[in-house]
Design a protein around this ligand. Structure first.
Ligand code: GTP
Ligand code: MG
Length: 599
């Protein structure tokens, strides 16, 4: 009954697995969806990078393959019960060797399928095993050795052909180890002789394999290394069998063993965290009957995995930079933004490198560039935002610096502006430089130019205002002086009064002009500007003088003055004492005289 068998295999959703082994390819040639999870949670190999190996077993049906694997690696693959005597292993099973970073594949025995079904699955499983395994155990009975036409030989021919297809380009560089395990070795024929017979057969099979163009003369040793070993009958000599198995196990676990099986050039260079993707990709390719070449497969795997790794790293990156947006948009300047961005970006790249650097190096480098550029472009927005805020701050600083300095007296405008400009430009440059990340071509030349333009604008405005203020001050002082001397001259007019007024006016104007030119120097005013200022000053001072004189000569004012003078003459005597009128005085005559004097 199926139900019983399924229960013992822990079947769920059509996938057969127990806690430690997984049927990665089932009888219907479907690939499991659980490999990734098993790699992680059951076998704990997903993080082991290149530090794992893969062994597959080939051989005829019911030759004790599963039994051997279980003894060698401490696995729990199903074995045929003595009483049932029927095919046990279907499809391909996988498990992790006990206490070792080794994945074991128990492959369905050859000749297991009905006649007429051809060697379809045999070829497919051989392709799959060759593309993934470092070591292939070829399991055969002693009595099968030398049977050149035997079932095993057909399998080996398939293995060779398939291998040529896969590793053409890697000739001599990447190899696979074929470890022949001769079972039920009686001992009458020494192992060395059996090995020789097998080697001769292998050569003959190799000759019969049709080689691709250009590889007609290639040697079997370009692609394979061979090892031969023999085991006694497990049932008849159980202790001896166990002893030999323990010895054989050493070759898989002891790196210092002279026959240690896992040489570096047997590795298929698939990082453990990408194994499930790679294996499934290979199987898909085999199923769709497409030409399978490993370099392409490795590149595809690298693209897929590097993208996956990049996505995870980039999501973490986005989470970490989220906090920058709000303050920058609000116009704030983030302290230490440069080092913070650098740190976040480097952590992201490191996270990516950790897993992705094991993959196909061109793909990895390309993807690394991609994620670096993506990260940089995200950060660039913050860079520009911070520059903008820095520039605003620099302008504010400039403004308040000059306002502060211009409050006092006796400043040199040009010097005030220059000092403030240097200070804020230094401030901007220092802070801008601190947010330029390594491995970017970020610049802030344009921003500096804009800042300088902003400063120029403020300085120009301020210069105009300050010049105006300075000229106003001079004019006020000038006006005060005019008022003073004109009033004075008008109080006691004399015939040369007008000449005196004009002279005095010229004298004060000359002095004021000199003051103006002296002060204009600190405003960096041009000759043209100075000429214009002087002209204006002259024009306005004339106007002021005119106005003052007009005021003095205004009707009421003038009459008042005349009356004052008349009264002085008429009512007071020559000593300035009030006149005492006597009856004989000619008041009329006195009145006329006083009036004429005044007019
Ligand atoms: N003669 C002999 N029989 C063995 C040996 N090891 C195991 N057997 C028996 O051979 C039978 C098949 O063992 P399995 O380990 O299931 O063989 P298999 O090659 O995995 O079989 P399939 O998966 O069906 O192809 C079992 O009954 C074992 O007890 C051995 O060294 N010599
Ligand atoms: Mg089996």
């Amino acid at each position: 009954m199926n139900g019983v068998a399924n229960d013992s295999n822990g079947q769920a959703n059509g996938v057969k697995k127990t806690s430690t082994q997984l049927q990665i390819i089932d009888e219907n040639q479907h690939f499991t969806q659980e490999l990734s999870q098993s790699m992680k949670d059951e076998w704990h190999l997903a993080d082991s990078g290149f530090n794992y190996n893969l062994v597959a077993v080939f051989g005829s049906q019911s030759t004790g393959k599963s039994t051997l694997l279980n003894r060698l690696f401490g696995t729990n693959f199903d074995v045929m019960s003595e009483s049932a005597r029927r095919q046990t292993t279907k499809g391909i099973w996988m498990s992790r060797g006990k206490d070792m970073n080794v994945l074991i594949m128990d492959v369905e025995g050859t000749d297991g399928r009905e006649r007429g079904e051809d060697q379809d699955f045999e070829r497919k499983s051989a392709l799959f095993s060759m593309a993934t395994s470092n070591v292939i155990i070829v399991n055969l009975w002693e009595h099968q050795v030398g049977l050149y036409q035997g079932a095993n030989m057909g399998l080996l021919k398939t293995v060779f052909e398939v291998n040529l297809q896969l590793f053409q380009a890697a000739r001599g560089k990447e190899k696979t180890l074929l470890l022949f395990v001769i079972r039920d070795h009686v001992g009458a024929t020494p192992l060395a002789n059996l090995a020789n017979t097998l080697t001769a057969d292998l050569d003959r099979i190799w000759q019969s394999v049709s080689k691709p163009e250009g590889l007609e003369n290639c040697s079997i040793n370009d692609y394979f290394d061979f090892m031969f070993t023999a085991l006694p009958h497990k049932l008849l000599l159980p202790e001896k069998f166990e002893e030999e198995v323990i010895k054989l196990r050493e070759r898989f676990v002891n790196q210092n063993h002279k026959d240690f099986v896992f040489k570096p050039n047997y590795s298929k260079r698939v990082p453990a965290d990408g194994f499930h993707v790679y294996a499934e990709g290979i199987w898909d390719q085999i199923m769709s009957n497409k030409d399978l070449d490993l370099p392409t497969q490795q590149e595809l795997l690298a693209q897929y995995r590097c993208d996956e790794i990049a996505t995870v790293a980039f999501e973490a990156f986005l989470g970490k930079i989220k906090g920058f947006r709000q303050p920058i948009e609000a116009g704030k300047i983030i302290e230490g933004l440069g080092p913070q961005m650098e740190e976040i970006r480097n952590t992201t790249i490191k996270q990516f490198d950790k897993d992705a650097s094991r993959y196909h190096s061109d793909v990895y480098k390309r993807k690394r560039n991609e994620i670096l550029n993506k990260a940089n472009s995200q950060l660039h927005a913050f860079y520009l935002g911070q520059l903008k805020n820095l520039s605003k701050k620099a302008i504010t600083m400039f403004n308040s610096r000059i306002q502060e300095k211009l409050k006092g007296e006796g400043y040199d405008f040009a010097e005030v502006v220059l000092n403030a400009r240097n200070e804020v430009e230094d401030y901007f440059k220092k802070n801008a430089e601190s947010i330029v990340l390594t491995e970017t071509d970020w610049t802030y030349d344009e921003e500096i130019t804009q800042l300088q333009e902003g400063i120029d604008e403020i300085a120009a405005k301020s210069r105009i205002e300050e010049t105006k203020k300075m000229i106003n001050g001079l004019e006020k002082a000038f006006q005060a002086q005019i008022n003073e001397f004109v009033t004075l001259y008008f109080k006691s007019p004399t015939p040369d009064m007008w000449t005196k007024i004009v002279n005095k006016f010229q004298e004060v104007l000359d002095k004021t002009e000199q003051q103006l030119l002296k002060k204009a120097k600190s405003f960096n005013s041009s000759e043209e500007e100075n000429a214009k200022s002087v002209e204006n000053l002259r024009k306005r001072s004339w106007q002021q003088l005119r106005k003052k004189i007009d005021d003095e000569l205004a009707d009421n004012m003038f009459l008042l003055k005349l009356r004052e003078r008349f009264e002085e003459k008429f009512r007071y005597d020559d000593e300035g004492l009030p006149k005492v009128w006597k009856p004989e005085d000619d008041i009329d005559a006195h009145f006329r005289k006083s009036r004429d004097d005044v007019i």
